[in-house]
Design a protein around this ligand. Structure first.
Ligand code: HEM
Length: 467
């Protein structure tokens, strides 16, 4: 008997208007939650049309996994997204495809491997101690703080130190920091990817001008870093065989690898800066928003940190990170409930059938990963923050990690995962070992905002020194 395959026309979906389709119903900053609502009515896989562009929305983890595993051969990232990112002068691992992608991937994964993380650990400690000192001053002055901004500065300092070998200290520096420019980039790129008409090419709004300026400053910053990196290698030939940071590794590879020139070097530095900053910082911000609602989880986190950190401000040996099991469980649980990249945009190179659905060349495929991770079908007490479910002692009957994809899946899985977890464990253990954290903003006033990454709306906390 022939198996039935559902085509685009056979899929259900919210009603649209003639010609423009569903454009007017899309609420971009809330799109991931809109998809959750539409799914209730139209099923796990449904359709949208945006001015003639056909979108298939997939929320079923099994289908999402299959699609992600079929990259880079059968599927690629959405070509419009790749194009918009490239228009900004960014050609790096995130938006590379085919053989080009394999080249970028080999170089970047090597630069982010455990060996480099270990080498970099003393700087990570120094940056974490800087954050500790800043928070200590905040407690002395009785300030309410925007901890999300502190996390953004922390992750910029970490990424630039690990990847570029430079000390930024945006945590203690006032004003004019690179982070201020970076935060203007993501929302605009996200809007351009999703706008059916490229108005920004014709009308230079205030937002476009601010974006152009921020991007110019970031390019200037990266150009300087590349010039300095090149002269460091020229002055010390040993760095060719033993690069000490990702920048040097990329520069050396660019010398020997065909098709990997200045544009690719720059593209990857920009990619690392952007991919490493927002994602990790917003995950940290979400973890505070979750933890402050669950005092028993804070207690377990503190108990673990007290035991492992002893008298130190933060953990002192790289290997200690694997002992911080509860902190890692908090990170996983935060990302299960609040994944900062809940939508992954892909498209097939050719028509392909997966799990009974036909995905055609030219369709855009929107993968929503948050729904599966917060469904009772895959996780017991799916909407409750329970870090214990990630520990060996967990008694949760349902725990299906195939539905947990905060870092994506398949060959294009996030290469920064281990670094991100290292940073998160470092910060959470330092924070809760040394301070009590009180949420000042009312929990129900903290909302999800999707702007490429899914961040929380701003909130304030107050820290007091633990005695
Ligand atoms: C909590 C923090 C992070 C989260 C949740 C996260 C999430 C993701 C996700 C969902 C993807 C897409 C994966 C896919 O398509 O299957 C991705 C890709 C990527 N991430 Fe991360 N990321 C984080 C931190 C980092 C860090 C710290 C870096 C580097 C400094 C990084 C670098 C990258 C790069 C270069 C890619 C593109 C990989 C490729 O296309 O082959 N990420 N990340």
């Amino acid at each position: 008997m022939e198996r039935e395959v559902k085509t685009f026309n056979q899929l259900k979906g919210p009603k649209g208007l003639p010609f423009i389709g569903n454009i007017l119903s899309i609420d971009l900053p809330n799109l991931h939650r809109q998809i959750e609502e539409w799914r209730k009515e139209h099923g796990d896989v449904f359709k949208l049309t945006l001015a003639g562009v056909k979108l298939i929305v997939v929320t079923k983890p099994e289908v999402i996994q299959s699609i992600l595993k079929l990259r880079p051969t059968e599927f690629q990232r959405a070509s419009k997204m790749n194009r918009v990112i490239r228009e900004q002068g960014i050609h790096g691992l995130f938006n590379a495809e085919h053989d080009d992608w394999a080249k970028h991937r080999a170089i970047i994964t090597k630069g982010l491997d455990v060996k480099h993380q270990k080498q970099f650990f003393p700087e990570l400690k120094e940056i974490t101690e800087r954050l500790y000192r800043k928070w200590l001053r905040d407690t002395e002055l009785g300030r309410e703080i925007d901890i999300q901004q502190d996390f953004l500065r922390y992750t910029v300092d970490v990424t630039t130190s690990l990847a570029f070998g430079i000390e930024m200290n945006t945590i203690e520096e006032q004003g004019g920091v690179i982070q201020d420019h970076l935060e203007k980039i993501f929302p605009v790129i996200f809007k351009r990817i999703n706008d059916p008409i490229a108005f920004y090419k014709v009308v230079k709004s205030k937002r476009t001008r601010e974006f152009d300026y921020a991007l110019k400053e970031i390019h200037k910053f990266i150009d300087e870093i590349i010039t300095n990196g090149k002269s460091a290698i020229a002055n010390d030939p040993k760095l060719v065989t033993e690069p000490t940071n990702v920048l040097q590794a990329i520069l050396v590879a660019a010398e020997t690898m065909e098709g990997f020139g200045d544009e690719e070097v720059k593209g990857n530095l920009l990619t690392l800066l952007m991919a490493g900053e927002d994602t990790t910082a917003h995950t940290l911000a979400w973890s505070i928003q979750q933890l402050t609602q669950y005092p028993e989880a804070i207690y377990s986190l503190q108990k673990e940190a007290d035991g492992i950190l002893g008298d130190a401000t933060c953990f002192q040996a790289y290997e200690d990170h694997s002992k911080l099991k509860y902190a890692e469980a908090v990170a996983n649980e935060t990302m299960r409930l609040k994944p900062v990249a809940p939508l992954l945009l892909n498209e097939p190179f050719e028509d392909i059938e997966i799990e009974g659905y036909l995905f055609e060349k030219g369709h855009r495929i929107v993968l929503q990963t948050q729904i599966g991770a917060t469904s009772e079908q895959y996780f017991t007490n799916a909407n409750i923050f329970q870090p214990e479910r990630w520990l060996a002692v967990s008694r949760c009957p349902m725990h299906n990690t195939d539905a947990f994809m905060p870092f994506g899946a398949g060959p294009r899985f996030c290469p920064g995962r281990n670094l991100a977890l290292l940073e998160i464990k470092m910060v959470l253990s330092m924070l809760f070992k040394n301070f009590n954290v009180e949420m000042v903003t009312k929990p129900k006033e903290i909302n999800e905002i999707l702007a490429f990454t899914m961040m929380s709306s701003p909130y304030k906390v107050k820290l007091t020194k633990r005695v």
